[in-house]
Design a protein around this ligand. Structure first.
Ligand SMILES: Cc1ncc(COP(=O)(O)O)c(C=O)c1O
Length: 397
């Protein structure tokens, strides 16, 4: 794990606000995922943090990818563009899923020559795919319980289980191939029963499809949702993995490929932000710190992801509950109304937040003239495995 001393050194060298990405942590997370879910092929959900350097590290580690827009597809494609055509096509088929159930027709037309696996969850989409991307493979996204997830997704996507086989047969009738099913139990799912229920639901749909004559499905995509260890209440990943392994081995024969689309799990713990105190005031008896990063930038996950990233000080001192505000002139730009910090911090001192790698810098804006934080990559490796020096990259989110 990156040390406070190292963070201070990077801030001294590169300035603030900083978004530090530790590639050793990404490799560790990927290895942990593979270790505890050996039967599951991990497709990194690029939306969680689409920095090309992160995609490259996961590519080098052997990961597959979940993309949900054409620009994300292109970020992954950069890594394979030099492959011979046949090898590249096989790679795309084996290692990319386009997991946005609703796709503009232009996107479908651009995707079609690459023939990836794509998800769908309604009949209008079947008609669109038939017309604009008849060469892709299909996975039906089904609606599953998202109980207790930090970010609920089931009201936006997913065919109702009762309609699932009708939707599969409708696609097949159009001459398309449905390779299997996908679901998402909700992001940061700490209620592991969501996975158990979803896998059982999927198994019953596989069975119904078989009973109604369609036996070609050979893929189950168990989606994302794998929780990051934000605090001690999150049970260890191996406990979740044990439940998943038990259910997939019980319900799905070995010839069914199991995929997953972890985003947060891969990247949350690899990101750390460093901010500078730019103002200090007491309002209504509460000590307020103003810092140079906020909810329109690296801390955007507070709004979009319903996540909290407590700020820590680099030095000790008598603490009190403080408000911490971002740099913009907008009242929404509140990082916390209650963050324990030393009360004697001075302007120019630094604070940091750990576990801020997912859905944070990815949704950073330029609002109010403030650009996204500078990104610094540490522990990147070259293709030959040599660790490179820390590298700053002023790239748009
Ligand atoms: C289709 C799909 N797959 C995967 C993910 C990644 O989920 P997570 O970051 O919870 O693993 C998301 C997140 O929204 C998603 O919509």
């Amino acid at each position: 794990m990156i040390s406070p001393k190292q963070l201070q050194k990077l801030a001294a060298e590169h300035g603030t606000p900083l978004f530090v990405v530790d590639h050793d942590a990404i490799r560790r997370n990927y290895a942990e995922f593979k270790k505890y879910l050996p039967r599951v092929q991990a497709y990194y959900a690029v939306k969680a943090e689409p920095d090309p350097a992160i995609v490259r590290t996961l590519y080098q580690a052997g990961a597959s990818f979940d993309v949900a827009s054409m620009p994300e597809f292109k970020i992954v494609y950069e890594n394979i563009k030099g492959m011979p055509q046949k090898q590249r096509q096989d790679w795309i088929w084996d290692k990319i899923i386009y997991a946005n159930p609703i796709k503009p027709t232009e996107t479908l037309e651009q995707l079609d020559p690459y023939k990836p696996l794509v998800t769908y969850d309604n009949l209008e989409e079947v008609r669109k795919i038939k017309k604009h991307a008849p060469h892709v493979g299909l996975a039906l996204r089904i609606k599953v319980p998202n109980t207790g997830a930090m970010v609920e997704l089931s009201s936006k996507f997913g065919a109702a289980p009762g309609e699932a086989v009708d939707f599969i047969l409708a696609a097949v009738k159009e001459g398309l191939t449905v390779e299997g099913l996908s679901f998402h139990v909700g992001s940061q799912t700490t209620n592991f029963e969501n996975y158990v229920q979803a896998i059982n639901l999927a198994a019953s749909i596989f069975k119904e499809a078989g009973d109604r004559g369609y036996k070609k499905m050979n893929v189950l995509d168990i989606g994302g949702g794998f929780p990051a260890p934000y605090d001690a209440t999150v049970k260890p990943f191996r406990e979740l993995a044990k439940k998943i392994n038990t259910e997939i081995d019980r319900l799905f024969p070995k010839n069914i490929e199991i995929l997953a689309e972890p985003g947060r799990f891969m990247i949350a713990t690899a990101g750390t932000s460093v901010v500078k105190i730019t103002g200090k005031a007491v309002r209504d008896g509460r000590l307020c710190y103003y810092v140079n990063d906020g909810v329109y930038h690296t801390y955007s996950g507070i709004i979009f992801d319903h996540c909290q990233y407590p700020l820590k000080s680099f030095r000790k001192g008598p603490e009190e509950s403080c408000a911490v505000f971002g740099p913009t002139c907008d009242a929404l730009d509140v990082i916390s109304m209650s963050n324990n910090l030393p009360s004697d911090l001075e302007l120019g001192e630094l604070l940091y937040s750990v576990n801020i790698g997912a859905y944070s810098h990815a949704s950073s804006t330029y609002f109010n003239g403030f650009p996204p934080a500078k990104v610094v990559h540490i522990n990147e490796k070259t293709a030959s495995g040599k660790t490179t020096a820390p590298r700053a990259c002023v790239c748009a989110a």
